[in-house]
Design a protein around this ligand. Structure first.
Ligand SMILES: Cc1cc2nc3c(=O)[nH]c(=O)nc-3n(C[C@H](O)[C@H](O)[C@H](O)COP(=O)(O)OP(=O)(O)OC[C@H]3O[C@@H](n4cnc5c(N)ncnc54)[C@H](O)[C@@H]3O)c2cc1C
Length: 382
């Protein structure tokens, strides 16, 4: 395995590093404090081509490899996790259903503005009564003269309620006969469609800059051309999209772990107790060495999953393993980094505290870690 970056991937990393250190690091903390989605930053990232990362040039993107996407994330997530979370949700689950399963007309109409960074994409799967059990969704789409009537509710949907949002690509049940086998289809619902309303932005422990809210559909009519892909394969399409989302959350976890390692190392070298820097105490050294070692292991798993996708190989198990390993590491590493900072680490005035708050959701979003265990176990043949 060789994950040496190509010239195009290295250029992208350089661009992301510069933007992350210059703009994101300077402006994102205020958005986190104010619990505001920094769409100004996301628009600028769009102008740099970063919002069409995994979409070919034909549809307005930059056609980057998945390995390049992971490497870019390592830079962006170092600076701020909310911006990186909004960005990755747009690039993967917010855009890929239209690219992978949409018609050319749909790609031209909805995917191109997303890829060119003029709009933000959202993925509507979760509902109040159906999270891990995606088959349990209740949102229904019923056929009506030349289109579909959608009714239901989605929960915790990211990127659908900002001033840059285009609407949502959602999953709905479509079976009509009592007792029929459930079928699921995916639809685009644009903002401002009559009957489509938004709940208030929710307040998370972390990712405070990410716009996450409930979506309500009250007899929302969409024409036939809003149906994305095969009307019987919607669930399959959504689950396939989530496989890429898992690589993305793994990459976000790597960036968080690197960020807290850097912060903890700097602090340990500076903080003097008992007449010497605390980095000279073996207890502190072992924490830092453990985080660095686990980070390398998680990095290899994540790049391996990304590289399999780029080679057109199956990557379901590897993506689940990468997400499981990297997100657990991020939560543990953030806690250890706070510990190394002592009381200062507990205060939101210190950046490490913000990363600590941002870490927990990595074990929940895009399939909880219990679900990743189930995926890996199933792939092992259990
Ligand atoms: C900040 C944030 C942003 C999000 N953005 C989006 C988005 O853009 N689009 C979207 O569709 N969703 C989004 N989600 C929803 C997210 O994907 C779900 O929260 C997640 O899939 C878990 O679903 P749930 O919350 O309903 O938990 P549940 O499924 O109710 O799970 C509760 C607990 O039970 C466990 N559990 C469930 N089933 C099993 C099982 N079979 N075996 C063992 N344990 C099990 C879970 O692991 C978990 O610990 C977001 C969530 C958050 C917090």
């Amino acid at each position: 395995m060789d994950f040496t970056l190509t010239e195009a991937e290295r250029d992208l990393v350089g661009l992301c590093r510069e933007f992350a250190r210059g703009e994101i690091a300077r402006r994102a903390p205020a958005a986190w404090e104010e619990a505001r989605c920094p769409t100004d930053l996301l628009r600028e990232m769009g102008a740099l081509g970063l919002l069409g990362m995994l979409i070919p040039e034909r549809w307005g993107g930059i056609g980057m490899s998945t390995v390049g996407f992971v490497a870019a994330m390592e830079q962006l997530g170092l600076a701020d996790q909310s911006v990186a979370a909004a960005w990755q949700a747009h690039v993967t689950i917010g855009s890929l259903p239209l690219y992978l399963f949409g018609s050319d007309d749909q790609r031209e109409r909805w995917l191109r503005p997303l890829a060119e960074g003029r709009a933000l994409g959202a993925f509507g799967l979760t509902e109040p009564d159906a999270g891990s059990d995606a088959r349990g969704i209740r949102t229904r789409a019923v056929r009506r003269d030349g289109g579909w009537l959608i009714s239901g509710e989605k929960a915790f949907i990211s990127n659908a309620g900002t001033d840059m949002s285009f609407g949502v690509t959602l999953l709905a049940r479509t079976e009509s006969d009592e007792g029929a086998k459930p079928t699921f289809a995916s639809f685009v619902v644009e903002k401002d469609t009559p009957g489509f309303t938004l709940g208030p932005k929710m307040r998370g422990i972390g990712w405070r800059g990410l716009d996450t809210r409930a979506l309500y559909f009250d007899d929302v009519f969409v024409a036939d051309d809003h149906l994305v892909g095969d009307p019987a394969m919607g669930l399959n399409q959504f689950l396939q999209t989530l496989e890429v989302g898992r690589i993305s959350i793994a990459a976000l976890s790597l960036s968080l772990t690197q960020a807290v390692l850097d912060l903890a190392l700097d602090y340990a070298r500076e903080r003097v107790q008992f007449g010497q820097p605390i980095s000279k105490f073996q207890a502190i050294q072992f924490k830092l060495a453990d985080i660095a070692t686990e980070l390398e292991a998680a990095r290899w798993l994540t790049y391996r999953a990304a590289s399999l996708r780029d080679c057109g190989q199956p990557f379901l198990k590897e993506a689940a393993m990468a997400k499981l390993k990297a997100s657990r590491l991020a939560v543990w590493a953030a806690s250890e980094a706070v510990q190394i900072h002592g009381g200062l680490g507990y205060m939101l005035e210190s950046p490490v505290a913000r990363f600590y708050c941002d870490a927990k959701v990595l074990e929940i979003g895009e399939g909880t870690n219990e679900i990743q265990h189930l995926v890996v176990a199933r792939e092992l043949g259990c």
